[in-house]
Design a protein around this ligand. Structure first.
Ligand SMILES: [Zn+2]
Length: 116
């Protein structure tokens, strides 16, 4: 029998996955706890990946960029990235930079169209 520190249960050795790097040759956590942890990690990863396609992030980036530009007369990409990071802490750097780039391109296109 082996104690799983996560669920606090004493379980049979067959309830633990193998890990040759450990002294007893078994994982610290039982299979059930490991599965729970893995699916939680996957869910989080999926959530982060989903937010790549989240139009709300782009929308916020766009709004911020327009606001910043109006307020300061300069395009503050770094400021927008920083604010986005605070609004969407779960979003990856890729999502943030992607959203900022899209917003930036949109703004530049709009500026070009306005110029006669
Ligand atoms: Zn367990």
């Amino acid at each position: 029998m082996k104690l799983c520190p996560t669920c606090g249960e004493n379980k049979d050795e067959t309830e633990f996955n193998k890990n040759s790097r450990r002294k007893d040759g078994l994982q610290v956590e039982c299979k059930t706890c490991q599965r729970t942890r893995n699916s939680a990690a996957q869910k989080k990863l999926r959530k982060t990946r989903d937010s790549i396609n989240d139009p709300q992030v782009y929308e916020t980036a766009s709004t911020l960029l327009e606001q910043f530009t109006k307020d300061m007369g300069v395009i503050d990409v770094v400021g927008v990235a920083h604010d986005l990071r605070e609004f969407y802490p779960e979003a990856s750097d890729l999502v943030i930079s992607d959203a900022v780039m899209k917003a930036f391109e949109k703004l530049v296109t709009e500026m070009k169209e306005e110029t006669p």
